[in-house]
Design a protein around this ligand. Sequence first.
Ligand SMILES: *Cc1c(COP(=O)(O)O)cnc(C)c1O
Length: 470
Amino acid sequence: MKSIPLPPAEELSAAELIALDHRHIWHPFTPMSAWFEKEDPLIITHGQDEYLYDIQGREYIDGVSSLWCNIHGHRNPELDAAVIRQTHKVAHTTLLGACNVPSIQLAHLLAEIAPAGLEKVFYSDNGSTAVEIAIKMAFQYWRNIGRKEKTTFLSMSSAYHGDTLGAVSVGYVEAFHTIYRPICFPTLQAELPILPVFSPANSSIKTIVPYLDFTKWDNMIMQLLEENAHKIAGIIVEPVIQGAGGMRMQPYGTLTRLRKLCDQYEVLLICDEVMTGFGRTGSLFACDHEHQSPDFLCLSKGLTGGYMPLGATLTNQKIFVAFCGDPNAGKTFFHGHTFTGHPLACEVARTSLALLLREDLPARAMQIGQWLSEELAPLAGHPHVGDVRITGAVAGVELVQRRTPYTPFPWQRRVGGEICQRLRAHGVLLRPLGDVIVIMPPLTTGEDNIRHIGKSLRLVLEGFSFPATN
Ligand SMILES: *Cc1c(COP(=O)(O)O)cnc(C)c1O
């Protein structure tokens, strides 16, 4: 038998680890040929609070919360303890025909804090599956109540709902989704109203200048629904902020309008809060800004404070009862994952939520937004900054070749990527979405570090030689 070497990671040098990474790891969303050419790939070895450390011992502020997940910083003692506590009981058991304690307690807490009426919790592993479940439930709901013609979905331009095929079907980020269209189900597409470019950077959605003229959008979406509502099962939307589509922020009032239209036209509303949930936007859920409740709420990323993979799809009693009745009537929701309701993940999620509430982190998010808007305000005058958008602790700085007429850089230039690469020398880790620089730090990040992110970005932009305008 072949002997397998198992040295602890620390014993491998950076060069050895990189060689093995290159040999074996296929990185997500990554052009791999370009990856091999990277001079200094980052190998993270540990973290503490809002900091991450690489194998050379360099310190970075985790400016994107380890892909929008981390809430309380790294190695939070209470979250660490929750994992260990549950490990000493049991790591995993199944929800198929059995219960476990943490999943029950977490569901109860989620139902308490979620928008009104969302008291049924269906667990899964990640954001994509949380969305898949909402789509399948919405589809089956109409079948179960005898409205078999309602089979399609309306989703939004620039939407991102995950990478499994159902989630890709309702996604519209051209660069990610176009290639898979032939193996997706067809959907209807609408535009969201977006805030005008050069909107004043604003940390508080409540004070965002109301979008003055919804008329055009109202007419567009009403016509779509007039013509198609009879066949639409649901509308899916990322409320308040569209994430991977470029941190595109909606004017106040959009969600209220969507909720009203859904009621009027008998269409279910699915809110994908995988990114916006758990305090990021300055309220516990983005839906709370407008006091609206969807029929489905999809959660993941921040659900465990970024500690473990866990997804949850919340729905209401109206949906749930349509799945009840004689087991032979074919109304059951036949869906589940091996790790549905994973006890370790649920225990850490419960602890994270308790901490989030105790520390009032949504208020911290507002404060972070305020600091960020102060630091980023001077960028409004930069010739290559097309827009600075801030809601709660989420900021997007959009870089453009020219402001007027509005001209993006050719994507092949990877300007956003280069800027983020340079920020590493300032001890700041950010990841762009194309040429939108995203800032989304853990909600416990201190003022000095928030300001340091903003100042560093300004410095890098000032010193950067942008591709010549032709
Ligand atoms: C990240 C994200 C998803 C997908 O979540 P995964 O855990 O990566 O599958 C879905 N919707 C939104 C809004 C997201 O930001």
